[in-house]
Design a protein around this ligand. Sequence first.
Ligand code: ATP
Ligand code: MG
Length: 586
Amino acid sequence: MSSPSSPAESAAAVATADGPRDFIRQIVREDLAAGKHVAIHTRFPPEPNGYLHIGHAKAICLSFGIAREFNGWCNLRLDDTNPGKEDPEFVQGIKDDVRWLGYDWHNLRHASDYFDVFYRAALKLIGDGLAYVDDLSAEEMRAYRGTLTEPGRNSPHRGRSIEENLDLFRRMRAGEFADGSRTLRAKIDMAAGNINLRDPALYRIRKVTHQNTGDAWPIYPMYDFAHALSDAMEGITHSLCTLEFEDHRPLYDWCVDKVDLPSHPELWQSVVAAGLEAKPAKPRQIEFSRLNLSYCITSKRKLAQLVNEGFVDGWDDPRMNTLRGLRRRGFTAAGIRLLIERVGVSKQNSVIDYAIFENCVREDLDATAPRRMAVLDPLKLVITNLPEGHAETLVFANHPKDEGFGTREVPFARELWIEREDFAEVPPKGWKRLVPGGEVRLRGVGIVKCDKVLKDADGNVAGLHCTLDPESRAGLPGADRKVKGTIHWVSAAHAVAAEVRLYDRLFNVPAPDAEADGRPWTAHINPDAKRVVQGWIEPAAAQAEPEQRCQFERLGYFVADRVDHRVDAPVFNRVVTLRDTWAAKA
Ligand code: ATP
Ligand code: MG
């Protein structure tokens, strides 16, 4: 009998399985094969100062995805070291969005869970002669820092004794000093080629109430210090982040090494006392390139500006490329994961064409969305050779390629709505749809011939009178008779009025924030990104649950709005058209 495999063995087994094989996964595979870790542990560390966007999806899929593929763990850690800008609303939003994308965390942590650890670690560094309290103002500090070509200068306070530093730092913590009047700095090297190592700040004074710790702390740790130690606290093995942190890696390693949490349990007794899992270790930071998508903004500051200045209706506006905006728009989590998989992981910076994203979503929806019929710009078509009051129930397949979707009943009657653009009095070349005197197939019904065009007082087309070829009805021998076009329809008496929101890309240029033409990025907002029409949908479509998606045949993929849709007052959002309509414009 074989004994159950150890976590390391099972992780190594997964490591050989099929799946993405980028450079990060290769490192993980090698580390596991070398027995470096019993299991791998990653984390996703967003700052709760906004909602997550499509760029974050890459970081989420990578860190949570790798943990899953290699039988490891991934923590969700809220990097809440910046009180004032952060909000519990965003914390909840981040949790919802990570779950919606299809992931769950091993531990939910906040950087603020470790405030006591950071403070003790800072005291340790001071005691080891590796940190000092500086009185320089922010401006003076900048002047002392030097430039890329010139070394910095030592602060006049750099030579303070350990005792004086300990006393001053304790008094900073006690709230004795004003905001900005003092900083705790790492004592590394003011002449270092890497500016991040020129005595970076570790702590600043900020008398701001914190969403978790209230007024307990008048000082807050800086990102690099808090992030490195949080990773170490949680036993993170592979700390995956974007390329802009590459230059911070030496500082990250410095913090991890100099504090040395694994050897100093006295620094993290508060975490143990709080009952939180603590398994300090030495993490390794690995950087990868950000996801940049054309026609998108992925700066939280700018996304917030869109909301705050009323360019959109909120963080979940379907035009926003926040995860909740994409969700409300009807994009699927599977479609987003497919994009991330296709884009892959590397250190190469690039911009991904938004059309690739749309295609991933189309691919997912083609397989998963049932078909329905809807008419968005209605024109009345009367079948004059059916008796007044004629009504039948037709049975339609819900999916052309998958019988598993079953069938539905579609009411058919003498008066129908068809799409206005499916009729042309003077057809352009190559026209396949209805013309005066011409024939077209009504989807699932048979062939109709246009006998008469009705006009209103202004001479606009107001309706069509047609005859249905009875021999061409579905199931009869004449049903195979060839005509050029097939159009969709709904029964006028049975269709349900629906509000249909036709969304498109929020920006009308591929790189809205390049500001290359001297115009602000907000000047590139596409005024046609939202158009609301009143349409007619078949009864089965109205029955959708909020967030249920379908294809309205020939029109695109749509979703029942997750906030506003009701069965008796349907509201649908267009997710994406059936084909790329932007390629020709570009
Ligand atoms: P800001 O817009 O305020 O700079 P941020 O994008 O850095 O915010 P964080 O909340 O700090 O937002 O991000 C959490 C994690 O998501 C970070 O580790 C970051 O590297 C990653 N991330 C952010 N944007 C992208 C992106 N476009 N592609 C891939 N990963 C990203
Ligand atoms: Mg950040």
